[in-house]
Design a protein around this ligand. Structure first.
Ligand SMILES: C[S@@+](CC[C@H](N)C(=O)[O-])C[C@H]1O[C@@H](n2cnc3c(N)ncnc32)[C@H](O)[C@@H]1O
Length: 531
């Protein structure tokens, strides 16, 4: 539940017209403020692929220190089941439901949390009437049925009824009943279908502080948040702690909203996504705006072709091949006349994958080039708010890549002059941006802020130039901007030699300037003029 002991209560649940209930502010909240934290959401489950390397308690690397907290919370109930069925690993939603049921039966889940969970929206009937099939060939309801059966079966019994009886009979107190033992088997199964539907409808993607997906999280506090494509709040994670922070000033008695989906998608795709997963038509400001002109959209068949290449690239283990597919997708998009700006969908998704692919193959200079494009040409258009958490994370990724590049030999091999980019100035600018934005985007106590603090250059390091050394703020800004323009040219060029020649010329010019200043200083000191 939300950690209210540490934070004053700033929001409460109220009816929201046409949307069930929602969360409303009870006093004005400044932009970039924490609304609440939930230190351990009801469900925090890693994706199966993450289980080998991430601790299921703190979600970071595996270590012994979390074992006792994890054991007390639920692992002592789940461990025998997991062991019995290893190496089979259940999907995260199923593990989440089993954990809730077993914690309830062991009296580890308080009544108020259990009641709050049972009162969540399920959309079970809507899921049931959906006919569309997913990539696995199943309708969502068929998947829900399978998940419910798995939750029963893997909980220690092969048929649903004995499982339900087993846990209900073990706990003689009625308040510990998970499902009513007087229900028929079919009704008990339906109860589980209902709970699985609730888990699907109300969970968020659990992510790293940098928004890399890790699994699912269902917080009873944030489950009441309704959606807007122009939200006034945003969820971030620090280990398993979920935080809700404002993206704007939110007056008192105003509904807090988050985006359930990728809000940068075109309106038609957002609406389709929201309808099929959450069963509503969004009427927010962005959805009510007139559609963008054709010059700001790609034709449907081009989108389809590029997305097909993107999804193949994502599953291709060969980095070179993946990179080729992505380059093809970019070329297809670039060849459409008139040329669309880089922030137009699906360009941003492809550039993101290009960064990931280049990082996987340790091609740091390429990764930096792509990251710069996202940072410079895409993010400002998609997230006008300078300290938007996604922008801050992208700025941080770019900073790390620059640090990596500034220390790497790869540039020396590529032509020798890359170090002349004068990393300390471009890095200095990025450091300032990230440090200024972090308190609002993620908070000082977030793991991202701690990570940034770890790398923050100490006083006197080359990477932290002082404005005063450059004759004041304005001169320093011009100086840094000049270096950025140069870096940008290098990043966008295919001919590194040309930029490096220019950098060399700049170096010579600067050396002459330094020489002139030295002479001038000497003249002033000695009162003499050079003949
Ligand atoms: C996670 S729940 C949010 C809380 C929910 N309103 C409740 O009463 O529990 C998600 C569901 O809320 C409703 N919802 C969320 N945002 C909405 C919106 N902008 N317009 C209409 N319904 C919305 C949809 O039924 C959606 O499936």
């Amino acid at each position: 539940m939300a950690d209210q002991a540490q934070n004053p209560v700033l929001s409460e649940r109220r009816a929201s017209t046409g949307r069930g209930s929602g969360l409303f502010t009870i006093q004005p909240i400044a932009a970039g403020s924490l609304v609440f934290k939930d230190e351990r959401p009801l469900i925090t489950m890693l994706d199966t692929a993450r289980l080998e390397h991430n601790c299921d308690w703190c979600l970071v690397g595996k270590g012994d220190e979390c074992q006792s907290s994890s054991w007390r919370h639920a692992h002592k109930l789940l461990c025998p089941i997991y062991k019995q069925h290893y190496p089979k690993i259940l999907p995260n939603t199923v593990r989440g439901i089993i954990e809730i049921l077993l914690r309830r039966s062991a009296k580890l889940l308080p009544d108020d949390e259990w009641q709050d969970f049972r009162a969540l929206e399920s959309h079970a009937n809507e899921f049931k009437s959906q006919q569309e099939r997913g990539e696995d060939g199943l309708t969502t309801w068929q998947a829900i049925e399978l998940m419910s059966q798995a939750a029963m079966f893997y909980s220690g019994t092969k048929v649903p009824l004995p499982f339900v009886q087993e846990i209900t009979l073990k706990n003689s107190s009625t308040s510990a009943y998970i499902v009513d033992p007087l229900l028929t088997t079919a009704e008990q199964e339906l109860t589980l279908h209902f709970h699985v539907s609730q888990a699907i409808t109300n969970s968020h993607t659990l992510t790293t502080p940098a928004f890399d997906p890790l699994g699912i999280s269902l917080s009873l506090s944030s489950a009441r948040l309704n959606h807007s494509c122009t939200p006034n709040a945003c969820i971030t994670f620090s280990k398993s702690t979920l935080s809700l922070r404002t993206l704007d000033h939110v007056p008192a008695d105003t509904e807090l909203t988050i985006s359930y989906i990728d809000a940068t998608l075109p309106t038609s795709l957002r609406q389709a996504d929201l309808q099929s997963r959450y069963f509503f038509t969004c009427t927010c400001e962005a959805c009510s705006a007139p559609p963008p002109p054709p010059s700001l959209q790609f034709p449907a068949e081009i989108i389809q072709e590029a997305n097909q290449l993107l999804s193949t690239a994502k599953t291709t283990p060969d980095h070179a091949q993946a990179s080729e597919l992505l380059t093809r997708a970019i070329n297809i998009l670039d060849s459409v006349a008139p040329r669309r700006p880089p922030h137009v969908y699906p360009n941003p998704n492809i550039w993101h994958q290009m960064i990931l692919t280049a990082i996987s193959s340790q091609e740091w200079d390429l990764a930096l080039k792509y990251a710069f494009r996202v940072y410079h040409d895409i993010d400002p258009a998609l997230f006008p708010l300078q300290w938007h958490p996604v922008r801050v994370v992208h700025g941080w990724v770019m900073l790390r890549l620059m640090m990596q590049c500034s220390q790497s030999d790869v540039f020396d091999e590529a032509g020798g002059g890359f170090r002349a980019v004068e990393w300390q100035y471009v890095l200095g600018k990025l450091w300032h941006e990230v440090i200024e934005a972090l308190p609002k985007s993620h908070g000082f106590d977030s793991t991202l802020a701690k990570q940034v603090a770890f790398f923050w250059p100490r006083k006197g390091d080359a990477a932290s130039p002082l404005e005063s050394d450059y004759g004041g703020k304005e001169k320093f800004r011009t100086f840094v901007e000049e270096r950025w323009a140069r870096l940008r040219k290098w990043l966008e060029s295919t001919d590194r030699g040309e930029v490096e020649r220019e950098i060399k010329e700049l170096e010579e010019k600067r050396e002459k300037e330094r020489e002139r200043k030295r002479e001038k200083g000497l003249e002033e000191l000695t009162g003499t003029k050079k003949k």
